[in-house]
Design a protein. Sequence first.
Length: 386
Amino acid sequence: MSGLFAMSRSSLHAVWAVVVRCLAVVLATVCVSQASAQQPTPSRPGTVQPGPGENYYPPGVRLGGFLLYPTLELVEMYNDNVFATTNNRTGKFITVVNPRVDLRSNWNNHMLNLFAAGSFGFYHGAGAENFQDFSLGANGRLDIQRNWNVYGGASFSRRHEERGTPNDLVGLEPNRFFDTMVNLGYYQKFNRFFVRLDGRWQNLAYINNKTLNRSGVINNENRNRNEFTESLRLGYELLNGTEVWVQGALNQRRYESRFDNLGFERSSAGWEVVVGATVDLGGITQLEGFGGFRAQDYRDARLGSIRGAMFGLSGTWNPYQPLFIKPYVRRTIEETNFGGYSGYWSTVLGVNVDYRFRPNVRVNAGAAYGFDCSPSGLIGQIEVFA
């Protein structure tokens, strides 16, 4: 089984894509005409100056105490290995349409934001890979005093899993699932010390899929589960924009089906302790990194436990006004119902680059390398260039 797993995970190493993003604002006659006078004079070299009718920084449509921001994004890309196979790769053009509407409060205190977004992908010549994702949600903040608030949010989404991931190896179509999430938190700052307490509930409901030969059904419903996470972060602000912190967290993963298709009981509980730092150098460079220890213990003794170091890094570097470079590193424990694996460590290192040719035309590129490890060793690796 591990051989099949490794072959599928390594099969994305030749994925190349060219992505051009074209941003257009719905109700442009309202937004563009008002935005032209509000675009600030650039203070850094390299700023792309908008031409006549090219200013796409809308002030929003006022609705009482709220501002409405409707947007539409078009993405065109080419993928030379759509099905994530090692041999006989198939390349296709993909068109993705991303509509979105944001309703944001414009209050002196407190905050309430609502959103609705869609992502519709069309594979030319491979209709089975098409996807129709969407997300609805809200988030808000209740200000008690300055630097003291309670916050929360909720969302409901339909998503899909990319080809080549461990849980999408033999399906006729990409796996699709519904994601419901609710979080509630508390934040307070005492001079330079701060505390953040956060609780999160997530429900994942998967849709059954057909096998590649259409003769059988893949029971994805046995992956349905509830995940609960509780975390506490204590930190100190060394300088303006520079914080150091320590965080502890607990999690409980409860599967709706007690046993999976192979008779394993996959519910588990885990904990982690990490230390980290957040740095913001005047908006040109932002960086957050952390490292610590993570453990996940499974109810089924045959699955055992996963323990080890965890770490992460994310940042943004803006050396030239139109150019944004975003490196990232992450190591997490992921769930799977593949064979007898309890779960696996997923480690990914990568960088994304965004260049704005015009205010409404951007080009994105990225590269990543990742590998997956079970407690018994390496089970797959992946290289992606996009």
